[in-house]
Design a protein around this ligand. Structure first.
Ligand SMILES: [Zn+2]
Length: 307
């Protein structure tokens, strides 16, 4: 009985959590099966969640086809999980080292990744934009060696290139490939994310040449010798350097992660450091993303196939 009570405390029946009311407050704009907006209210399910019936004959709920579909845990638990992840990502450097023990459920993390997969698509930077690349290593067993068995040195194919740009209001982080990016790669990565005519503060490498030309950016560039010996506060690239530093700490905290998923980690990082800064407002944004863009991830799809 003791166990049962504890279990029920932690896993409230879905009809007692109050989440039906929250889910019902979301009014679907179209049928998830046929896209039509010709549907009518059609009672409630056993958990009190509103059902709709569409002119195509199908019935659905606000959660149909989303990652909340056929869930066994309440959305309030999902909210708690998201809050933990946000706090974890946004922890400052001092408290970071002690927190590696947090081990989020991989399945829930995948659901969060799926929800955020397009979250950076609409971010466009303007005014003054700081842009710089940083690099993150492949896991050791995947690193390429030369004919003598030595790891390739420098900015080789063993380094994942991450392009980071910020206008201090928004920040974007994208994988640009392996090793030093070409002008074309850099242009393709950022062309939809910086307004034309903006001022670009960057390094004196040729990497951003095409981007600057095509978007008619005002280029302010610094060579590494210009920056040598400067204190962080005097370094003109400091706004983007600081993001590199925090991003690396975040990635290092998950250092064994599968590098194929690095863009998902960057999307999560970007979501957490961008506005709204209030964590509960972030949760609200996540829930709206989930309900407005049905995408499902079934446990079996995630772990059955891969194993
Ligand atoms: Zn329909």
């Amino acid at each position: 009985m003791h166990y049962q009570t504890r279990y029920e405390e932690r896993h409230q029946p879905l009809d007692e959590t109050g989440e039906a009311e929250m889910i019902n407050s979301f009014e679907p704009s179209h049928c998830p099966f046929c896209g039509s907006n010709e549907f009518v209210k059609n009672g409630f399910d056993t958990n009190g969640i509103r059902r709709y019936k569409c002119s195509c004959g199908k019935r659905f709920k606000p959660t149909t086809g989303t990652i909340f579909d056929s869930r066994k845990i309440g959305i309030c638990e999902w909210i708690e999980y998201c809050l933990n992840i946000f706090r974890y990502v946004s922890l400052n450097a001092d408290s970071w080292n002690n927190r590696n023990a947090i081990s989020p459920s991989k399945y829930w993390l995948e659901k969060l990744f799926l929800t955020l997969e397009n979250s950076q698509n609409d971010i466009v930077l303007s005014g003054i934009v700081w842009l710089d690349e940083t690099y993150y290593s492949l896991v050791l067993r995947d690193r390429i060696r030369d004919e003598n068995g030595n790891l390739l040195r420098g900015l080789s194919r063993n380094q994942i290139c991450i392009g980071v740009a910020t206008d201090k209001k928004h920040t974007i982080c994208f994988v640009e490939g392996f090793g030093k990016p070409s002008q074309k790669r850099s242009y393709e990565t950022f062309k939809d994310h910086i307004t034309s005519g903006a001022t670009l503060i960057h390094d004196k490498e040729k990497t951003h040449k095409k981007l600057v030309e095509k978007l008619c950016l005002k280029s302010v560039s610094y060579s590494s010798s210009d920056l040598k010996g400067l204190a962080d506060s005097e370094n003109p690239l400091d706004p983007v350097n600081r993001i590199h530093c925090l991003l690396k700490m975040f990635l290092n905290a998950h250092s064994g992660f599968c590098r194929d998923e690095i863009q998902d980690y960057l999307n999560l990082y970007s979501f957490v450091i961008n506005s709204p800064s209030d964590h509960l407002e972030k949760v609200e944004k996540i829930i709206n993303l989930v309900l407005e863009n049905p995408k499902s991830l079934k446990y079996r799809e995630q772990f059955g196939l891969k194993s």
